[in-house]
Design a protein around this ligand. Sequence first.
Ligand code: FES
Ligand SMILES: [Fe+2]
Length: 440
Amino acid sequence: MISQELNEQITRTGPGTDAGAVMRRYWQPAALTEELNGNRPVVPVTLLGEKLVLFRDNDGALGLIDRHCPHRGADLCYGRLEDNGLRCPFHGWHFDRTGQCVEQPGEPEGSRMHEQIRSTSYPVMEKNGIVFAYMGPDDPPPFPNFDCFRAPESHVFAFKGLWECNWLQAMEVGIDPAHASFLHRFLEDEDPADSYGKQFRDKAADTDMPMTQLLRDYPRPEISVEETDYGLRLIALRHLRGGQSHIRITNQIFPEAISIPMSREMIITQWHVPIDDENCYWYSMFTSFTGPVDKGKMREQRLKEHRLPDYAPLKNKRNDYGFDPEEQRSETYTGMGLDINVHDQWAVESPGAIFDRTKEHLGKTDVAIIRYRRMLRAAIEALKEGREEELPMRNGIDPTEVHGPISNDTIGDGENWREVSEASDAERRSACADWDATVP
Ligand code: FES
Ligand SMILES: [Fe+2]
């Protein structure tokens, strides 16, 4: 458990907050590219507690500016998308994608007041289906060379979903390798042939055992954590009867992403992005090491569970997440259906919007959560003392030199987990014919 003061410090990310200052040193997912596909590409974006509007101008370039008009505050999400910018419907002030006011049609002829008016605006960059924003001071850092950014667009599918809770508890479920044996337990195994696009439904690496069975039969993983250039590497070993171990390598990417294997074909890179302190979006990039991703199928699967335009899950606290006691008795551990996203959503929302961590009791399996909070606190302290160069990936390490990270499930000698998992990962990367997936 931690003090209330510390809980506040590590969860709140609005302007002027400590954790918010750390978040603002990194590119943040702001929207899916597909949200701008309609005939009026203007999207409200709330990010780190700031209300913004994202739009695509006549040049095809993106602008991300303050949602409220600098004149008298009207909502620019209702703006007129015209003249290569966004025009406020209240008095016609016109803004370009940098937030510069370029015209005030009601002010006296020849007025140059508009030259002094500039709205908040942030740099944005599209990467394989996600629009990222940089909300910090100075120039944005380069993007790391992660697989999700390096693979061609055809091999990456991006999606997002709303969770009604603080970003940190959302992220903490992603660095908790123990929960999969319980929360995502299926009492019966589905045919792994139907597993496309689903987590934990494939066969466990190099075996005929469904992953669901492995998780169920071996609920006590040995978990260790290593600090890396990008964040943390999590090693979860499940020691199997017969001497072999199931080795699962996942990652925390500082500050609020994770990278995990989904199947032998794909890995998932997932951000848990604060909308405000009590809501967050998960943004996932599914990256394929084999052929192009079947985006139609992936999207269709996820649209069955989410509504547009806000990507809110159809199962949520207002309908008890679809909880069915009979299903819980006979089919799943949660009674909340087969979509593991719903299980995670319940797990992170049900503690309350911002969990009161003065009441928690962390166990041995929570080792990565403890280590992560330590990293975040160290980053907060470093920034407060003006030592920005101590932050992960801002500390003299060139982000473009950061590859992977290796996210892999395999089976082998648990004592030699590093060699075994690196070899298994290298095999899949060298077999990737469509793009260069090799890591130095
Ligand atoms: S409030 Fe926007 S132009 Fe007046
Ligand atoms: Fe989970």
